[in-house]
Ligand binder design. Structure first.
Ligand code: SAH
Length: 360
């Protein structure tokens, strides 16, 4: 019955991942089972508006339908395992367990209160296989892709736990979103769908290490989400040393893909640039970076690298970061230094999950 439907493993059972379905799929699925169309609308409301995680509580559905759902579908529930709250800035870090029951299946997400609204940073994979040399998320490798429902659930759970409304979502946690392309796009559509979170596409950012075919495909999806490119080095030689993905795609191919993205969506690209002392913080680096940003009208986010013990990298001194920024600004590049949040709570990408796995 379920071959062509989204599936998920829930405590050892492979069942229908009903929370990853859009209205059309849900309607097809339920009418095929002999239920009238309006049941799909009711189900959608229960799952995405009321955020009900227990089929038996869906009180306006017939009892037989509720048992059918319980037997064949997963309600997807992330289990909150750890929550850290920063005393410095109110950032909150969440560690969730997934229904698979596998103990490495851990996912982390971050809640950040800003003046313009509340933002959540979600993970797109369990672990990561991109191997960037400065990043904690990749230290334990890729375990598996996250389903659309599991990406959504991170946001639902954070709204539920904090009691706060989320207005912005960044796909910048553990994992490479364009390495989990189909699930990512499905998630973005569910997130922006009326009747669900109904989030504005403009309030969503997808961050990639630079998978060129994925960037081009995303440009054609008719989704006006912001694309952030993790550049971190402005020439191929340097980039290859810190990011293995640079061996697959050159900076020149990347810039063409960025131009294409901008042309198709009208959305300005952001370059993420983690400043690492003695690696990518020289005057020459700033010069090369300005040229690239100028070419694709990118905004640059400078992030002094978050030290992860395993990487051995350190941040440049504060004045050096300022000097680097000034050099870019002199070339009329739009640049900001990313405020470091959650310093006191395993702030860097993947640190909480990595620590948890290493402790066990
Ligand atoms: N795979 C995606 C999204 C996850 S990483 C990507 O590469 O963009 C999110 C961002 O955090 C990326 O820009 C990544 O390069 C950056 N990052 C990872 N580890 C970091 C660290 N230790 N210090 C600063 N930035 C880091």
């Amino acid at each position: 019955m379920i071959e062509n439907l989204p599936q998920i493993t829930d405590n050892g059972r492979t069942v229908v991942d009903i929370r990853s379905m859009d209205m059309e799929e849900l309607t097809a699925f339920l009418t095929e089972q002999g239920y009238p169309k309006f049941r799909a609308k009711q189900m959608f409301e229960w799952m995405h508006e009321k955020r009900c995680r227990d089929f038996s509580e869906m009180s306006n559905l017939p009892a037989a339908m509720r048992s059918f759902l319980e037997e064949n579908c997963s309600p997807v529930s992330l289990k909150l395992l750890d929550r850290q709250i920063s005393k410095l800035d109110g950032t909150q870090k969440f560690l969730f367990g997934l229904p698979s029951g596998n103990e490495q299946d851990l996912v982390e997400s971050v809640f950040m209160p800003y003046r313009y609204g509340n933002s959540v940073c979600i993970s797109s994979q369990v672990g990561c296989r991109m191997g960037c040399s400065f990043c904690a998320s990749t230290l334990d490798g890729l375990i598996r892709n996250l389903a659309p429902s599991e990406m959504l659930e991170q946001i639902y759970e954070i709204e539920r736990t904090t009691g706060e409304k989320i207005s912005h979502v960044v796909v910048m946690g553990t994992g490479e979103p364009l390495d989990n392309y189909d699930n990512l796009v499905r998630f973005l559509r569910l997130l922006t769908m009326p009747g669900g979170m109904n989030l504005s596409q403009r309030n969503i950012t997808v961050s990639t290490c630079g998978i060129v075919p994925g960037i081009r495909r995303l440009a054609e999806e008719d989704l006006s989400v912001t694309l952030a490119l993790s550049l971190h080095a402005a020439n191929d030689e340097k980039r290859k040393k810190i990011m293995p993905v640079a061996k697959r795609f050159s900076i020149s191919e990347l810039m063409e893909a960025c131009e294409y993205y901008f042309d198709r969506t009208g959305r300005r690209i952001t370059f993420e640039y983690s400043l690492i002392r003695g690696v990518n913080d020289s005057e020459q680096d700033a010069k090369e970076l300005s040229a690239l940003a100028g070419r694709v009208h990118a905004h640059i986010n400078l992030i002094p690298v978050n030290p992860v013990p395993e990487t051995g990298y350190t941040q440049p001194a504060e004045q050096a970061v300022e000097a680097f920024k000034n050099r870019l600004e002199k070339q009329r590049i739009n640049v900001s230094i990313r405020r470091v949040m959650g310093r006191d709570i395993d702030g860097a990408c993947g640190q909480l999950r990595h620590r948890k796995i290493s402790e066990d």
